[in-house]
Design a protein around this ligand. Structure first.
Ligand code: DQA
Length: 145
């Protein structure tokens, strides 16, 4: 089963970007961990990143049309992109919102997620492990709205 792992702005800079907040794993390392775990779980994982809101929206349309499950780290789009939220709302397969950090333990503007209400669920605060937990949830047989 194919799964898209979609990453929003600045996540391509993982490893060098505020490592005290986001850890020392590089973006390439994240891609490797997700694809390897996918293989173990029997999922064909494709990891993408973009700084462009329009591109993210088009990827969500693609996922809706192809009925593909999504692990989505919307990064800063989380907090303000209604366009991305409306694209995510068209999903026909599970969509799990993930965050490396715990946005609720950080600045006030990070406490709001405009996508949370249209996601199947959210996993935040476990570092890169948040993606692993999301992939395991998609591979498992737990209920997924
Ligand atoms: C993030 C949290 C967001 O608030 C932030 O804008 C990011 C990364 C996370 O994974 O912890 O870019 O989504």
């Amino acid at each position: 089963r194919r799964v898209l792992v979609l990453n929003g702005p600045n996540l391509g800079r993982l490893g060098s970007r505020e490592p005290d907040v986001y850890g020392s794993t590089s973006y390439a390392g994240l891609v490797e961990r997700c694809t390897e775990l996918g293989r173990e779980l029997g999922l064909e994982v494709e990891v993408r990143e973009t700084n462009d809101e329009g591109e993210m929206i088009r990827w969500l349309h693609e996922a809706a049309d192809a009925c593909l499950p999504v692990v989505l780290n919307p990064a800063a789009f989380t907090h303000y992109s209604y366009g991305m939220r409306d694209a995510a709302a068209q999903r026909t397969a599970p969509l799990i919102e993930v965050h490396i950090s715990n946005p609720h333990a950080r600045e006030e503007f990070r406490h709001t997620s405009v996508v949370a209400a249209v996601a199947s669920g959210t996993i935040a605060g476990f570092g890169i492990g948040s993606y692993e937990l999301a992939l395991r949830a998609l591979a498992g047989d737990r209920p997924q709205g």
